[in-house]
Design a protein around this ligand. Sequence first.
Ligand SMILES: O=P(O)(O)OC[C@H]1O[C@H](OP(=O)(O)OP(=O)(O)O)[C@H](O)[C@@H]1O
Ligand SMILES: O=c1cc[nH]c(=O)[nH]1
Length: 216
Amino acid sequence: MLTILSQNFSLVNEWINELRNVDIQHDRMRFRRNMERIGEIAAFEISKGLEYKDVEIQTPLDTIKSREIAVQPVITTILRAGVPLFEGILNYLDRADCGFVAAYRKHDANDYFSIKQDYLTCPSIEGRPLIVADPMLATGASLIEAIKDLLTNGNPTQLHIVAAIASRQGVETIQNAYPEAHIWVGAIDEQLTSKGYITPGLGDAGDLSYGEKLQR
Ligand SMILES: O=P(O)(O)OC[C@H]1O[C@H](OP(=O)(O)OP(=O)(O)O)[C@H](O)[C@@H]1O
Ligand SMILES: O=c1cc[nH]c(=O)[nH]1
């Protein structure tokens, strides 16, 4: 399943415009906050499909029957670009457990790259919804690697992938690899450059959030 969060025009469109706009995107605090806001909206939408249980709430005056999330999700992200989007999801799903994957593109002499993943820490995802936040779903290679390893921590009841901007190719790659996943994207762009950058995209999400990295 695929949901494009900017499809029915809303504030999400403005936040994505600001993420993309070269005259605005270098305001790092605003860039991170816009990523976070997209994460917050995604979390709210995801919350509608979670499992709820009956509870009784004691107010100062009486009790009332209500509902609350039955099984807390596990929210995960890929360091480092994913952190602001992840924070946004956690702002709303604030009782969730969390996990982290470290991955980077390792370039060879011909500028081809492969994904190097060298760290994963995550609670059990057995019987729980799993949410994976990755702001730029470009080729999908990072997500494929990350999810493969995360799934060694158990079988989730639901798999949600949240991205701010995705390429059409990246979405199709994930849909083929994980047909059960619900993909939530801010927007979909049609093209990838020869270096695997989404175009028009927004540039380098990690660098815009935290500063230009040295190539490894
Ligand atoms: O779909 P893919 O082709 O695998 O590319 C997407 C990856 O690129 C982005 O990270 P970025 O390169 O900005 O890394 P950083 O966190 O090291 O800055 C993004 O967060 C993904 O992890
Ligand atoms: O377009 C892209 C692709 C990968 N990583 C980014 O930050 N941007």
